[in-house]
Design a binder for this molecule. Structure first.
Ligand SMILES: Nc1nc2c(ncn2[C@@H]2O[C@H](COP(=O)(O)OP(=O)(O)OP(=O)(O)O)[C@@H](O)[C@H]2O)c(=O)[nH]1
Ligand SMILES: [Mg+2]
Length: 424
C-alpha cells in the first residue's frame, strides 16, 4: 500500500455562467469528490465569478493574492483548479503561491494512475500523463511539493514521472510500441469473440451510476455464477478503471458477454479519452448498450448528455440503447420525468428491482440474432449434440427413443446449419 499522504488541498473554480454546463456548485462538488478519490483532504473551496478566463492566471491576479492568504491561514499544501491550465498559468500561479498547483486534468490522471491495474491500462495512463506533461514542463516545480510527492507526481506503479523532455519523448515512443503489441493481442481475442457470435452487452454511464453493481447483478442470473468473481463497487468516483468482460447466460439460456466499463465524467481530459478509446472500443462491438443513469443525482440530465456525447465519439450510434434509471429504491419515478430516445427502465441494481424487466428487454433486443429452437438429434450425430451442449446453455435436454431432444436458443449461423434437425 502507498503511504497515506494527508495532502491539504484548496479547490478553486471560475463561474462563467455558461448554459448547458454543470452549475458551478455541482462542478465544484464533483471536484471535491475527485480530490477525495485521489486521497487528498479538500479543506476549502474558492469560486470567482468572471466573464472569461484570465490567460495569465486563470482567475484574476488579485484573487491569487487573496488565495495566498487562505493558503497560509489554512495550511494548504496544494491548490487544485477546476479546469485545465496552461504551463504558463501554472508557473505564474505557483510563483505567487509558492505551493504546488494542479488542475482538474492532472487530478483525474492521478486517480487513474493509482487505480489502473492491467498492463494496458497502466501504459495508457502513463501515456496520457506524459502527453499532458510535455507542453507544461516548465510549469511543474517539483520542489514546490511540500510533501515531496502527492497528486500529479505519481505514475502508474512505483515509477516517478519524468521531467526531462528528451526522456519523456523516448518513453512515449516506447509506450506506443508496447501498446501496439497489447492491442494486437486484443484484436485477436476480439476476432475470436466475433467468430463465436456470442452477443455482447455493454454497460456504460457516468461514474458512480451503478454500472459495476448492475454488472454483478446481471451475472448472478448466470448458471455458473460465483460471487468471488464480482467486480469492485464503491461509492466513489472512478471505482472501475479497466474494462471487465465476462461470459454468462441470460434467463432464456442464451450465452452472452457482459462488459463493465470505466465511468465518464464531465471535462474528461482529451488525452485520457484518446487513451481509453482503446478499452472503450469494446463498446463498438456491443450488440446492446445499457446506459446506466444515477436517478438520485440532481444533475443526471447533464450526466446523460455527457455520456451520450462520449458514446457518439465512439461511433455507437446505430446500436440499440436501453436507458436504465438506477437507484430507484431512493428516488420516486414521478420525479424523474426525463425524455430520452429508445427504451427506458427504472431499476435498482442494489435492491434487485426490475432486473427481470431489464433481462426481458435485453432478450428482445437480441431476438433477431437468435432463435428459440427445439432440436432432435439422432444418436449417431453425437458430435453435433456435444457441440451444442458445450457451446450453449440449453433450457431442456432429454433422451428419447429417436435421439437427444434439446430446447435451446441458437445463434443465426447454427440455427441454419442444423435446421434439418429442428422440430416444430
Ligand atoms: N441506493 C442505491 N445505491 C446503489 C444502487 N446501485 C448502486 N448503488 C451504489 O452506488 C455506488 C456506486 O456503484 P458502482 O456500481 O461502483 O458504480 P459505477 O457506475 O460502477 O461507478 P464507477 O466504476 O466509479 O464509474 C455504490 O455505493 C453502490 O452501492 C441502487 O440501486 N440503489
Ligand atoms: Mg464501476
Amino acid at each position: 500500500m502507498e503511504r497515506q499522504i494527508e495532502e491539504r488541498v484548496l479547490l478553486v473554480g471560475v463561474n462563467l455562467n455558461k448554459r448547458n454546463e454543470f452549475d458551478i456548485e455541482s462542478s465544484m462538488e464533483e471536484l471535491r469528490e475527485l480530490a477525495i478519490a485521489a486521497n487528498a483532504d479538500p479543506i476549502s473551496t474558492v469560486v470567482q465569478n468572471k466573464d472569461r478566463i484570465d490567460s495569465a492566471f486563470y482567475i484574476g491576479k488579485g484573487k491569487v493574492q487573496e488565495i495566498l492568504n487562505y493558503c497560509e491561514e489554512l495550511d494548504i499544501d496544494t491548490i487544485v483548479f477546476n479546469d485545465e491550465l496552461t504551463g504558463a498559468q501554472i508557473r505564474n500561479i505557483e510563483n505567487v503561491l509558492e505551493r504546488k498547483v494542479i488542475d482538474r486534468t492532472a487530478l483525474i490522471l492521478d486517480i487513474f494512475s493509482r487505480r489502473a491495474s492491467t498492463k494496458e491500462g497502466k501504459l495508457q495512463v502513463e501515456l496520457a500523463q506524459l502527453k499532458y506533461r510535455l507542453p507544461r514542463l516548465t510549469g511543474f516545480g517539483k520542489e514546490l511539493s511540500r510533501l515531496g510527492g502527492g497528486i500529479g507526481t505519481r505514475g502508474p506503479g512505483e515509477k516517478k514521472l519524468e521531467t526531462d523532455r528528451r526522456h519523456i519523448e523516448n518513453r512515449i515512443d516506447e509506450i506506443r510500441r508496447r501498446l501496439k503489441e497489447v492491442e494486437s493481442v486484443r484484436e485477436i481475442k476480439r476476432q475470436n469473440r466475433i467468430d463465436s457470435e456470442i452477443p455482447i452487452i455493454a454497460l456504460v454511464g457516468y461514474t458512480n451510476a451503478g454500472k459495476s453493481t448492475l454488472f454483478n447483478e446481471l451475472l448472478k442470473a448466470g448458471s455458473d455464477y460465483n460471487n468471488e468473481k464480482d467486480v469492485y463497487t464503491e461509492d466513489m468516483l472512478f471505482a472501475t478503471l479497466d474494462t471487465t468482460l465476462r461470459k454468462t447466460n441470460l434467463p432464456n439460456g442464451q450465452k452472452v458477454l457482459v462488459i463493465d466499463t470505466v465511468g465518464f465524467v464531465s471535462k474528461l481530459p482529451t488525452h485520457l479519452i484518446a487513451a481509453f478509446k482503446g478499452t472503450l472500443e469494446e463498446v463498438n462491438y456491443a450488440d446492446v448498450i445499457v446506459h446506466v443513469v444515477d436517478a438520485t443525482n440532481s444533475d443526471f440530465d447533464i450526466q446523460i448528455k455527457t455520456t451520450l456525447n462520449i458514446l457518439k465519439d465512439l461511433d455507437t450510434e446505430n446500436k440499440p440503447i436501453i436507458t436504465v434509471f438506477n437507484k430507484i429504491d431512493q428516488q420516486s419515478i414521478e420525479d424523474i420525468g426525463y425524455n430520452i430516445k429508445g427504451e427506458k427502465l427504472y431499476i435498482s441494481a442494489k435492491k434487485n428491482i426490475n432486473i427481470d424487466k431489464l433481462f426481458d428487454s435485453i432478450e428482445i433486443a437480441l431476438e433477431d440474432k437468435f432463435y428459440n429452437t427445439k432440436i432432435l438429434l439422432p444418436y449417431n450425430k453425437s458430435d453435433i449434440t456435444s457441440y451444442i451442449l458445450d457451446n450453449y446453455n440449453p433450457k431442456k435436454v432429454s433422451h428419447t427413443e429417436e435421439g437427444t431432444f434439446i430446447e435451446v436458443v441458437l445463434n443465426k449461423k447454427d440455427y441454419f446449419k442444423y435446421k434439418e434437425y429442428v422440430v416444430k
